[in-house]
Design a protein around this ligand. Sequence first.
Ligand code: NI
Length: 149
Amino acid sequence: MKTISEKIRAMIAAAKPKLLKISPEIACKKANPDTWSKKEILGHLIDSASNNHQRFVRGAQNVAWDFPTYNQNRWVEVQCYNEMNWFDLVDLFFHYNLHLCRVIDVLPQEVLNNPCNIGKENHVSLKFVIEDYLRHLEHHIEKILEPLA
Ligand code: NI
């Protein structure tokens, strides 16, 4: 799984200076009321990190492999990410992901096939959950770094 954690580390290291260059005014702008601002997308990535943290650690122990789904819009709303300090949010995002990379690094090979039910049609392996985490992160980072429409 080292290749995955290396990819995540490279991605967040490249994204951090770009994120810090975005002004707080731009970061909280919503293109329309139904879409997330950059702050809210980053908040969503923190929610993804925290939910996946549970999956990685519990999945590694093969306990509680029926994971709760989460209503991503409600999570963002409830936490009022748009009112949070942009630079604190970037910091939290960066360090939470560094920690997840460390968790991924220390997972023993034999736990990677442990089953996880993350609300998809069938159980997936812990390895899939980790790979999927990277895909999701990549997708949203690209969106955040796009200029506002
Ligand atoms: Ni998402």
